[in-house]
Design a protein around this ligand. Structure first.
Ligand SMILES: Nc1ncnc2c1ncn2[C@@H]1O[C@H](COP(=O)(O)OP(=O)(O)OP(=O)(O)O)[C@@H](O)[C@H]1O
Length: 651
């Protein structure tokens, strides 16, 4: 009802005569009704997710207050109409994923910070309007940006830097842009910059030095050529001189570094260390890899930059202790020479992908939170973790101990984490994570967890940090449970960094128990079923969706069928199984550990679902129920999560 009210408000704001295309928008009918869906609506499972009001001859005002009432709106297009005036305040719709305003008569400047709050935005089409002024600088900060179309406007000034790694389509042509095309856009072809007389750069084969040159007022042809030759010679000489200086500086720094590493290095000399790389990169805390901006560097300095080399006060290289030889044996020197890439900033520290000279890639996790044990106990504890071997467990490969910092080394799993798979930007390339795949993931997690509980039963909470970012997905979505058994290593004042210490019992009285892992398992189950990012992963509790509350309410109202991620729910014949798993997830997340299932009970119940369901005809992955022609933009903007929740969590 509220959607139809909002839509009618919107229709009202359009110029009367022109809204004739919207005759189907009538009070009293359901906008997303299968039989008589209102014109231009993109619905999924009865939810209004998009408005595609294209080529309808519309003009007048766009009532943004009405749009705000459409709480699931992620896609907004009024392309090819006759709207004019300044850009409407659509930026108030912070959860929007696609904005199409092309082919209208919008004009005027767009405020520089217009896009600041639109962190879920992937597609921005403003082409073929009369926008003027500078390209809003806030567009550079829209981290998920995939498409940016600004062509055929009157934008002036320089093109800002766009470092978004998912950016795959841009167009700046036919504007009045000036200056050098930023190097971050080097991968795009020249025609997307065409017809901007003031632009220069390699892509459009215009030498920026040439365009800087004062124009030849006298028009003397011979003089002009001479002038050019002089400039070219000066530039060549200048470049050679710079190259020579760079070469000398590099040689000097290499020598200095060599000297430093022989006699004990000085941290401040390592200006390009991973630590510095990290400082330059703003990484969100909880869902690191969802928005991660990668930077490469060299792991060498990570270790050397320590002012306390731990086991080696005399300046010798501290040791890397291998606890698992499955990927061969390597030492710290090989890791030091590896190229490193930031993967994410977790609660316990930062993780890097390190690719060694022999091309083997590992993940190195740096943490400063593990000071509860002395060196010998720490050694014994980690070596025990390294003994675990199970097809669904990611055993650490090695560790490195220093008083002020520890490193853990793991096999690099190329498909990344379950968290990334559920909520990250997959583009169109990744196949949907269908119900069968999700069932298999749950099954693998419980088998791995069961094994960890058997092997580490002596710990207060055997896993202690079970969450979707610590479930890596191998080939064919084979789950590997990682980062287990850390509770006794983490300093007592920092245990809140482990997710088991955010369970109701830990919050109430500081106690954790084996059933704290069951609670965390329950959260993952609910996350997998709903596709929502759990607020339980955020220490501040701000942001994400409280999946426990959401599910409890839906079950009490008998509305559980509405909760499932559309990726698995629409057209599925497995709703019954999903409901059973939802029920188990809810029993695992009971506030009181006494009322909660224990792990064995949960496992038995989960396995019973699979037995009951038996073999099934191949249930194909499902997509939104919109016609193929409508999917062209929506497929890309639809991600598995409710990214508004991630956005609102400021993570
Ligand atoms: N072995 C691995 N292979 C591939 N990617 C990994 C691996 N381990 C971690 N990652 C990636 O790095 C990201 C950051 O991991 P990290 O463990 O540092 O943080 P986290 O899991 O969010 O929090 P926590 O510090 O509590 O574990 C993960 O979300 C995951 O995508």
């Amino acid at each position: 009802e509220s959607d139809s009210h909002a839509l009618l408000m919107l229709k009202e704001s359009f110029d009367d005569d022109d809204a004739s295309a919207l005759v189907s928008w009538n009070p009293g009918s359901d906008p997303c009704n299968e039989e008589g869906k209102w014109e231009g609506l993109l619905c999924s499972n009865g939810n209004l997710e998009g408005l595609r009001l294209e080529g309808m001859g519309l003009s007048g005002k766009i009532d943004v207050d009405a749009l705000i009432l459409l709480k699931d709106l992620r896609y907004f297009s009024v392309m090819n109409n006759s709207f004019d005036g300044n850009i409407p305040e659509i930026n108030r719709l912070g959860a929007l994923r696609a904005l199409y305003l092309s082919k209208n008569k919008f004009s005027g400047e767009i405020p520089p910070d217009y896009f600041t709050g639109m962190r879920s935005l992937k597609k921005v089409w403003l082409s073929d309007n009369e926008f003027s002024g500078k390209i809003p600088s806030s567009l550079s900060d829209v981290s998920r940006l995939v498409d940016l179309h600004l062509e055929n406007n009157e934008f002036t000034g320089k093109i800002p830097d766009f470092h978004q790694r998912n950016l795959r389509s841009v167009n700046f042509s036919k504007n009045k842009l000036q200056g050098e095309i930023p190097s971050s856009l080097l991968r795009f072809k020249g025609d997307v910059f065409a017809e901007n007389p003031g632009l220069c750069g390699a892509q459009i084969k215009v030498d920026c030095n040439e365009t800087d040159k004062p124009s030849d007022v006298n028009g003397g042809g011979g003089d002009k050529n001479d002038h050019r030759k002089i400039i070219a010679a000066t530039v060549t000489l200048g470049v050679m001189l710079i190259a020579l200086i760079v070469f000398l500086v590099i040689t000097w720094r290499k020598k200095k570094r060599k000297k430093a590493s022989n006699g004990g290095g000085n941290a401040t000399e390592n200006g390009n260390s991973i630590a510095n790389i990290e400082a330059q990169v703003s990484l969100p805390a909880t869902v690191g890899e969802v928005h991660v901006v990668r930077r490469t560097g060299n792991l060498n300095r990570t270790v050397r930059s320590s002012s306390h080399p731990g086991t080696s006060r005399g300046g010798t290289v501290p040791e890397l202790v291998m606890v698992n030889h499955e990927m061969g044996v390597f030492g710290l020197p090989s890791l030091m020479k590896a190229t490193a890439e930031v993967l994410g900033n977790g609660a316990l520290g930062s993780s890097y992908k390190a690719t060694m000279v022999n091309k083997v890639s590992v993940v190195v996790k740096r943490t400063k939170e593990m000071n509860s044990l002395g060196k010998d106990e720490f050694d014994a504890g980690v070596k025990r973790l390294g003994k675990l071997k199970h097809p669904n467990v990611l055993t650490p490969l090695a560790y490195h101990y220093r008083i002020d910092e520890k490193l853990f080394v793991y096999e690099f799993i190329a498909n990344g984490s379950l968290l990334y798979r559920l909520h990250g930007d997959q583009g169109t390339s990744a196949a949907a994570l269908d119900w069968l795949a999700r069932q298999k993931i749950v099954q693998g997690i419980i088998e791995g967890l069961d094994y960890i509980h058997a092997e580490l039963a002596y710990l207060d909470v055997p896993h202690g940090n079970l969450k979707s970012s610590n479930v890596l997905l191998g080939p064919e979505n084979h789950p590997l449970v990682s980062e287990y058994g850390l509770c006794s290593l983490v300093s007592s004042d920092r245990t809140r960094t482990l997710i088991a210490y955010n369970t109701p019992e830990a919050i109430q009285n500081g106690n954790v128990c084996h059933k704290s892992d069951v609670y965390c398992l329950g959260i993952i189950i609910l996350e997998i079923l709903t596709g929502k990012f759990p607020s339980q992963y955020i220490e501040s509790g701000k942001g994400g969706i409280d999946v426990v509350e959401l599910v409890a309410t839906a079950i009490s109202e008998g509305k559980q069928a509405e909760l499932f991620d559309p990726e698995i729910a629409s057209g599925s014949n497995s709703l019954r199984e999903m409901e059973k798993l939802l029920h188990i997830g809810s029993l695992c997340t009971r506030t009181s550990p006494d009322e909660r299932l224990d792990l064995k009970e949960a496992i038995k119940m989960i396995q019973e679902i699979r037995v009951d369901s038996g073999p099934k005809p191949d249930p194909r992955p499902t997509t939104l129920e919109v016609s193929p022609s409508l999917q062209y933009g929506l497929a890309d903007v639809k991600s598995h999560d409710d990214s508004s929740s991630i956005r609102e969590g400021n993570v």
